[in-house]
Design a protein around this ligand. Sequence first.
Ligand SMILES: *Cc1c(COP(=O)(O)O)cnc(C)c1O
Length: 368
Amino acid sequence: MPIEFYKHNLGTEEKESIANALDSFFLTTGKRVLDFEHQFSDYLGIPYTVGVNSCTAALHLSLLALGIGPGDEVITTPMTFVATTLAILHVGATPIWVDVERSTGNIDANKIEEKITNKTRAIIPVHLYGNLCDMQKIKGIADKYKLAVIEDAAHCVEGARDGVRVGELGDACCFSFYATKSITCGEGGAVSVHDAALDKKIRSLRTHGMSVDAVDRYKTYKHWDLIAEGWKYNMPDVSAALLLPQISKIDAFWSKRKDVFDQYYAQLKNDFEIIAPIQKSGYHLFTVLCENRDNVLKFLQDKGIGCAVNYRSINTLSYMLAKFNLGYGSFPNSEYIGDRTLTLPLYPKLTEEEITYVCSVLLASKNA
Ligand SMILES: *Cc1c(COP(=O)(O)O)cnc(C)c1O
């Protein structure tokens, strides 16, 4: 029984929405993007959202808009997708990795202060697998040293911890709508902020630094000005058309993923070390830690089960190793997880039968 690593939930409503977008003849950033921004902001309870074409762009623009650049240091985690660190490199700043908690894979807030110098300007926590970082502690440190906080929430739209929701305490919160994320348009992203001036800056930076968006330029032609050195990161209306119908389904998808997660957890908890949910997790990924991970990965793939590795500790990847020379031993917990973590299929369409099959193959791998 072949089991896909991921199946999206786009269906009739999304097809209709795309058809309407095509009928309107307006393809780039317009009314649908604005609608998406407002509705997504409403869902999150954060006043402003800017639609962009990836979470990587969202992270990059957040750093730029907060004035972070060459000579600055940004604290983040090595247990994440490379985009988190690449965005810091994109603005010419220096990433400073802090090891993660072994039990969650999230940045260890107790180890942040010792890495702060007079060059530190920001912290980028990543809510790994859907579990919120300890945002109260991180925000406390940020306030004490006057640092910005940019949340990488690519794994977590729905989560909350200690009464704090995703994006509530950060200056900017970055989301991904990449093909395998919990809501998706293939490629897309957004940044949500609390401050009107920051929203305005990011809005301009996503379209080259122009003073107005395309929708305003073309209603009737108006001169526009260039007010900053920006990038080409705007979200097109075609993408927003795919995303819009999904917003009202976020909680229903979440509850189905929680159900899948709970079933995996019940069947595997006695035999595997598992990164468990913390309070209200986003339940984005289900991961188990395996001593001989690469063999187990092959065993599952040979049986038709799609899996992935999220992630190998990024300090061990060739480019980072050559650039920073922080090899094995530098971040023991991140490397521990990176060498062992294996991601199983997790999405609302996964059936009980499929979950049980994945578990039985995984358990059989122990004796293979
Ligand atoms: C997917 C992901 C990103 C990048 O998202 P894109 O939309 O593909 O740029 C960044 N950080 C994390 C943790 C991710 O999982």
